[in-house]
Design a binder for this molecule. Structure first.
Ligand code: NAP
Length: 297
């Protein structure tokens, strides 16, 4: 099976490359916008800016993938709010181009989406709950989902939440690494206690995406961690596992902070469908932190 990973330099992308490099029946193709930042492995790297439709179509002509896992996106929620045109280009127009490329080659498409398509009033959410995004990022990801639903493709959507993990040469941090670094530097941290998420280990998300793609399981699947936590609790658990000074962590609420993009107060996902249909079994948050600790030591 020829599998193409987009966003291969990113957090999910690098974990997918590492997971699929060991699959005997997979011919693996990785794409990224810049030079390859992925460690060595059993894959071919193609440097492609996905906003250039001609280059994307050329890659499909050349490699004719059976399946694509689309991890590339503009993922900074506040940057999306401040530049909605760029957000639309990266998160919607690119998906429309990818759908056309997949339609030309009967390629199975797995799109990675987000809990930010919901308003956070009624989490945890099932796959059937009604979206109501609050931010430009959430709107763009929902629009991408809708484009895929309208297509003639066989498709799957993996919705995920607050992904954490470690990769070499990361272009951005995540809540666990940021908390760990701040506490190691002895910085006091004030974290909010009124937004709830189910943080997702990047390895678990990669496994969920692969299970969907391998099984060609059609439809929407919730692929997140299983513990509903607020950032204050996330920081306390991070301090405990890494043996850092938890007294530096204090709690506050969201009213003290202003951010360009509105955040949903309480998301989280019901995981029954992905567990039963796919055999997806995510780590607990503590297990995820232990995995990270081993990787970093
Ligand atoms: N991280 C989270 O907490 C989270 C939560 C919910 C959903 N998601 C979704 O999960 C997916 C993977 O997220 P992630 O955390 O792995 O993101 P990430 O680390 O930011 O990686 C995204 C990758 O996409 C690439 N990219 C962006 N625009 C591109 C373009 N025009 N052409 C080619 N490559 C392009 C970026 O390239 P550069 O490295 O060159 O910038 C980056 O490597 C995304 O769809 C995201 O929306 C993430």
């Amino acid at each position: 099976m020829r599998v193409l990973i987009t966003g291969a330099n990113g957090l999910l992308g690098q974990k997918l490359i590492s997971l699929l490099s060991t699959e005997p029946d997979v011919e693996l193709h990785a794409t990224g916008r810049g030079i390859c930042r992925i460690p060595d492995g059993n894959y071919t790297y193609h440097r492609v800016d996905l906003t250039e439709e001609g280059a994307l179509f050329g890659l499909f002509e050349q490699e004719r993938p059976h399946a694509v896992i689309h991890g590339a996106a503009m993922t900074n929620v506040d940057a999306c709010e401040e530049d909605p045109k760029e957000c639309e280009l990266q998160n919607v127009t690119v998906v429309e181009s990818l759908i056309r490329a997949c339609e030309n080659h009967s390629t199975f498409m797995t799109l990675v989406s987000t809990d930010f398509i919901f308003d956070g009033e009624n989490g945890p959410y099932s796959e059937e709950d009604k979206p109501n995004p609050l931010s430009a990022y959430g709107h763009s990801k929902l629009k991408a989902e809708e484009a895929l639903r309208k297509s003639t493709l066989d498709w799957a959507i993996a919705r995920t939440i607050l992904v954490y993990g470690v990769i070499p040469d990361a272009s951005r941090s995540n809540i666990v690494l940021w908390t760990k670094k701040s506490l190691e530097d002895g910085k006091p941290l004030q974290l909010i206690n009124d937004q709830w998420r189910m943080p997702t280990l990047a390895e678990d998300l990669a496994m969920g995406c692969w299970l969907m793609t391998k099984q060609q399981a059609k439809g929407v699947f919730n692929i997140s961690g299983k513990d509903l936590l607020n950032p204050y609790e996330i920081a306390l658990k991070t301090a405990a596992v890494f043996g850092l000074d938890a007294s530096l962590v204090s709690e506050t609420d969201g009213s003290k902070f202003t951010q360009p993009a509105k955040r949903p107060p309480r998301t989280g996902f019901k995981l029954k469908k992905s567990m039963e249909v796919l055999g997806y079994h995510p780590s607990s948050f503590e297990e995820g932190l232990e995995i990270l600790k081993n990787q970093l030591s």
